[in-house]
Design a protein around this ligand. Structure first.
Ligand code: 5AD
Ligand code: SF4
Length: 450
């Protein structure tokens, strides 16, 4: 008998091994969940779409702000009620919160398994231990783990756009941020494994890959840096769009823009988190650039690649933020003219430098009103940015149907703007030339030209 026959399991056992995976937080977590699913599939698990079918619930968590963690705690209350009804149900916490809270998660009573972001290869072993009745935990961080050889099992809904992690961890230690503590040191994945994965998804019919990392511009594998890697992926096919996120302003340079210029299929969009427009705040945040340096990078991008859109992340109400600092943030937003932004109130995270050294001293109502002003301004800027596109033509990669109607398709322009248009015979995965007719602050509306 060969080993193959040993691995054939009775149907009833397969039925027992159904996993439900819930993912919170950033795209990196989404991609990690796909790695986890790949590992579990080898163990005979199948992914189920209903909680009630699951014998194992895995929650891939986020710690970036306090409210991200509170959401998970209330989910755990719910899972506790499910466990009362189904005694065989097991619950595992993965990701950043697992890494941050470690054993403390097991104390809650609902959680059976805790696995940090670098321990997913160990899941088969942990699950085996779990079936022996022991709670399991692995929160070791690694200097090398990139899961380079594990082909993620895609969980996206559209089959058009895939995420590929090119590096893990972060060395920047922005003073407010928990990421370097929960995701460990920065490490890059081999270019060969990245290009192989991008080719694989393209051959499966995907038309867009997003290269992911906390700070993609510091990607480095021997003599291959990020601009070179970007070109290697873009060279796979002109029909494969390439995006990347996130760029740290201190590492974003002309070489990346020059690579973008060489390949039209590298999307004309840069996510360049500014966090604050005030030099004082940037210094306290340990961002390692000034407002002026940031703006000169933006100018460089706009000069070399005028059609490139820029988006950002902003934190309102960081430690010691004065009204003047806040006004600096509003003015930097206007100066750049972001087409979109992710905007947050500062949330103090335990053990970060800011938590240890700086007082979280902006009152909650002030944080809230500053954030609201930032959001209101961004809505205006997004609207202006979209209005400037009315009358222009763009190539849209169709990702699905519009929320409003089956007769309308939706997809993105190279600039990453959402665009809706009447289907006119086109389908998901097509590139369609669209003329923009009207817009809101969130969406472009157009008509297909081909
Ligand atoms: N509070 C609020 N926002 C934060 N971010 C990171 N840490 C915090 C925090 N403690 C934001 C930053 C970052 C984005 C991913 O989350 O803007 O770019
Ligand atoms: Fe956090 Fe800064 Fe690293 Fe981004 S670059 S993950 S904000 S420490």
């Amino acid at each position: 008998m060969t080993n193959k026959f040993h691995s054939v399991k009775p149907v009833s056992e397969f039925k027992l091994k159904q996993v439900y995976i819930e993912t919170y937080g950033c795209q990196m977590n989404v991609n990690d969940s796909e790695v986890v699913l790949s590992v579990l599939k080898h163990e005979g698990y199948t992914l189920c779409s209903k909680l009630s079918d699951a014998s194992l619930i895995l929650v891939n968590t986020c710690s970036i702000r306090e409210n991200a963690e509170s959401k998970i705690w209330s989910r755990l209350d719910y899972f506790r009620s499910l466990k009362r009804k189904n005694r065989d149900l097991r619950v595992g916490i993965l990701g950043c919160m697992a890494e941050r809270l470690k054993e403390r998660l097991l104390e809650n009573g609902t959680v059976d398994l805790v696995a940090g972001p670098d321990s997913y290869r160990d899941l088969p072993h942990l699950l085996e231990g779990l079936s022996g009745g022991q709670k399991q935990i692995n929160t070791l961080l690694s200097q090398e783990e990139t899961y380079a050889d594990i082909s993620p099992v895609r969980m996206d809904k559209n089959g058009v756009s895939a995420f590929i992690s090119i590096m893990r961890g972060c060395n920047n230690y922005c003073s407010y941020c928990v990421v370097p503590y929960v995701r460990g040191r920065e490490r890059s994945r081999t270019p060969e494994s990245i290009v192989r994965e991008a080719k694989e998804v393209f051959e499966k019919g995907y038309r867009e890959v997003t290269l992911l990392g906390q700070n993609v511009n510091s990607y480095k594998w021997k003599d291959i840096n990020f601009p070179v890697l970007l070109e290697m992926v873009a060279a796979i096919s002109p029909l494969l769009r390439v995006r990347f996120s996130t760029s740290h302003p201190k590492d974003m340079d002309e070489a990346v823009v020059r690579s973008m210029l060489k390949y039209e299929n590298i999307c004309r969009h840069i996510h360049l988190p500014v966090q604050s427009g005030s030099n004082n705040m940037l210094k306290q945040m340990n961002r390692k650039y000034t407002r002026e340096e940031y703006l000169s990078k933006v100018k460089m991008v706009k000069t070399l690649l005028p059609e490139c859109s820029i988006s950002t992340d902003i934190i309102a109400g960081f430690s010691g933020e004065t009204l003047e600092d806040h006004l600096d943030t509003l003015s930097v937003m206007k100066e750049v003219g972001y087409y979109t932004a992710f905007m947050f109130q500062y949330s103090e995270r335990p053990d970060t430098t800011a938590a240890q050294k700086l007082a979280d001293d902006v009152p909650a109502d002030v944080k809230n009103s500053r954030l609201n002003e930032i959001i209101a301004l961004q809505n205006e800027l997004s609207h202006q940015s979209n209005l400037a596109d009315v009358g222009k033509e763009f190539e849209v990669l169709v990702e699905g149907h519009s929320k409003r109607s089956k007769l309308e398709l939706s997809g993105r322009t190279s600039q990453n703007k959402m665009c809706v248009f009447p289907a006119a015979g086109h389908k998901v995965g097509d590139y369609v030339r669209v003329r923009i007719i009207s817009c809101s602050s969130a969406t472009l509306r157009g008509e297909a030209l081909n």
